[in-house]
Design a protein around this ligand. Structure first.
Ligand SMILES: [Zn+2]
Ligand SMILES: [Zn+2]
Length: 85
């Protein structure tokens, strides 16, 4: 598992230990290109698949819980139970 910078592709394997699983962190700074980016380690509650997601700061999703699992497609949040009209 490694965090890969969305700007230059630089991988930061150690960054994984610093961040909380299933929480969005938008204050990463790449050690290589010094640009800021957002990152999240997702652990699917259905299939237990773990993946590292990164975004440029201007395209970080509002809610990471609405992103589908990369393996089984499970979406943690249930938007139809909230404000999907
Ligand atoms: Zn970079
Ligand atoms: Zn899954």
């Amino acid at each position: 598992m490694e965090i890969r910078c969305p700007h230059c592709g630089h991988a930061e394997p150690d960054a994984f230990e610093l961040i909380e699983v299933n929480a969005l962190h938008d204050d990463f700074v790449c050690a290589h290109c010094k640009q800021a980016f957002g990152a999240c380690i997702r652990n699917c509650i259905r299939c237990d698949f773990e993946q590292a997601l990164t975004w440029r700061v201007d395209s970080v999703p509002d809610r990471v819980a609405e992103l589908p699992c990369g393996q089984c497609g499970h979406i943690e949040s249930q938007p139809d139970a909230l404000d999907n009209v």
